[in-house]
Design a protein around this ligand. Structure first.
Ligand code: C5P
Length: 229
């Protein structure tokens, strides 16, 4: 399993790239981005839209081809009964992913998650879009639950920086916080880090840019100003 913090240290970056939307052939598109962005991007978060376009075999090939340079995170927002989540995590780990994002609202996941070895689990404690009232209303509950699970960290939105700060203040120190919502959804690069996030997840403002390298570079430069590198 790749070392997420070690890669971050080496690249002096806190950028995780969200790969959901592609233009043209998905394999060619992903290949082009990943071949170019390795010096700047620490992790690649593979979303369901990409997996559905590429097929799971294509995703596994991508993970295998670029596995030496990136941490691979599966974002299929797993939300099922514990036995099924356990099996999903085992298969994603087998496919080469270093970590997965799971919903915490199904609860009762203690046993399913405690058996996971060599694969990081990140629990969603809030969502980045404005209408996510139900989840956000249970933010404190989800945070408490996440902190008891002994997982690698949580996903909390950069678009709601107050929640990132509360997550940082509440969670055990070794929990990582991954923050989506930077760029296309409005949060400024570096802003979630300032509120206590460990990584920022950025998708469309890089993937949809003609100059994706320049777009990623601007994110990382802003982050370096915050982390002092
Ligand atoms: O393109 P954009 O930068 O908005 O991508 C954000 C990514 O983060 C998407 O892959 C989305 O699924 C994900 N995400 C999010 N809010 C959450 C959890 C994940 O936006 N709470």
């Amino acid at each position: 399993m790749r070392d997420l913090l070690g890669l971050a240290e080496r690249k002096k970056s806190r950028l995780i790239l969200a790969l959901d939307f592609v233009s043209g052939d998905p394999a060619v598109f992903a290949d082009r981005l990943l071949a170019a962005l390795e010096p700047l991007v620490v992790g690649v978060k593979v979303g369901l839209p990409l997996a559905l376009r590429m097929g799971f075999r294509g995703v596994c090939e991508l993970v295998e081809r670029y596995g030496s340079g990136y941490y691979f995170l599966a974002d299929f927002k797993l939300a099922d009964i514990p036995d099924v989540v356990r099996e999903e995590l085992a298969l994603l780990s087998e496919a080469g992913f270093d970590g997965s994002i799971v919903h915490l609202f199904p609860m009762g996941l203690e046993e399913a998650l405690s058996g996971v070895r060599g694969h990081d689990v990140f629990g969603l404690v809030a969502m980045s879009h404005a209408g996510s009232r139900l989840l956000d209303e249970h933010f404190e509950d989800l945070l408490r639950y996440a902190s008891r699970l002994g997982i690698r960290g949580v996903v909390a939105p950069a678009t709601k920086p107050g929640l990132v700060a509360r997550a940082r203040a509440f969670l055990p120190e070794d929990y990582l916080i991954l923050s989506p919502g930077v760029g296309a959804q409005g949060a400024e690069p570096g802003s979630a880090l300032r509120h206590g996030a460990t990584f920022e997840i950025v998708g469309r403002s890089i993937t949809a840019s003609e100059d994706y390298y320049g777009a990623a570079e601007r994110v990382v430069e802003s982050q370096r100003r915050v982390i002092g590198e």
